[in-house]
Write a protein that binds this ligand. Structure first.
Ligand code: HEM
Length: 85
């Protein structure tokens, strides 16, 4: 109701993406995937959240978004999602 959980989710995603996808991030995302199954959030929706954050950041950055940034975001998200399954 207050937006606190939404803020927590977004903060967690940025934390996962800005830190190397080490054991903590992989295990944490895997644990949240299981938690969200119990909330009724399908795994595909859970995963999609990461890509939506990338797409929104890309749109906000506009012309300043470089191919290198796109590659870095995509590789990091793929690494986290693949390792957390
Ligand atoms: C579309 C995708 C998602 C939906 C629909 C969703 C939905 C929800 C819901 C319904 C709750 C419970 C709220 C409550 O207890 O009041 C929740 C909590 C939470 N979500 Fe998400 N979520 C999504 C993706 C994610 C992702 C990708 C992450 C992080 C990697 C995340 C992290 C959290 C955290 C940290 C909480 C707090 C409670 C807990 O640890 O489970 N969520 N989410």
């Amino acid at each position: 109701m207050t937006g606190a959980v939404r803020a927590e989710m977004l903060t967690m995603i940025f934390d996962c993406l800005m830190n190397p996808a080490g054991p903590y991030q992989r295990h944490m995302v895997r644990a949240e995937r299981v938690n969200h199954d119990s909330y009724g959030t399908p795994a595909a929706h859970f995963d999609r959240f990461f890509w939506i954050v990338r797409d929104v950041c890309r749109a906000r950055v506009g012309a300043g978004w470089t191919p290198e940034m796109d590659t870095a975001w995509t590789e990091q998200i793929e690494a986290i999602l693949t390792a957390s399954r």
